[in-house]
Design a protein around this ligand. Structure first.
Ligand SMILES: [Zn+2]
Length: 126
């Protein structure tokens, strides 16, 4: 248990649950949750409430910092590739993975590794 992470929720310590009560006998306090794995917000929050609290407090700053959208994006055949698969349930069969262009309806085969690689795309524009 050497790699515990704190929930990043700014109000986490204010919610009353038994697992937040920590410290030596007689000096226990309600504390920010700390766990080896957090399952919300890319592993940064203990629950949806803490994730929402963070966004309420910092979301606008974050959007401004990382770049606010100031004009509409357009879906074209150059950025309409999505990944999908057909379920195969036979013994030893793997699913049939493919790219699907949601504009042209063209399909191109994918390997399972390409399907799972979030950086692998055919999209060439925004
Ligand atoms: Zn929390």
């Amino acid at each position: 248990m050497s790699d515990l992470k704190y929930c990043q929720g700014p109000e986490c310590h204010t919610y009353f649950t038994q697992d937040r009560v920590k410290g030596p006998q007689g000096h226990k306090t309600n504390q920010t949750r700390r766990r080896s794995s957090l399952y919300y917000g890319n592993g940064n929050f203990c629950d949806m409430r803490c994730q929402n609290d963070w966004f309420r407090q910092y979301g606008t700053q974050a959007v401004n910092y990382f770049g606010r959208l100031t004009e509409a994006k357009h879906l074209t055949e150059h950025n309409a590739w999505t990944k999908d698969y057909d379920w195969r349930h036979g013994v030893g069969e793997s699913h049939l993975y493919y790219f699907l262009n949601t504009i042209t309806k063209e399909r191109r085969p994918l390997t399972e590794a390409q399907y799972n690689d979030s950086n692998y795309t055919l999209n060439t524009g925004e």
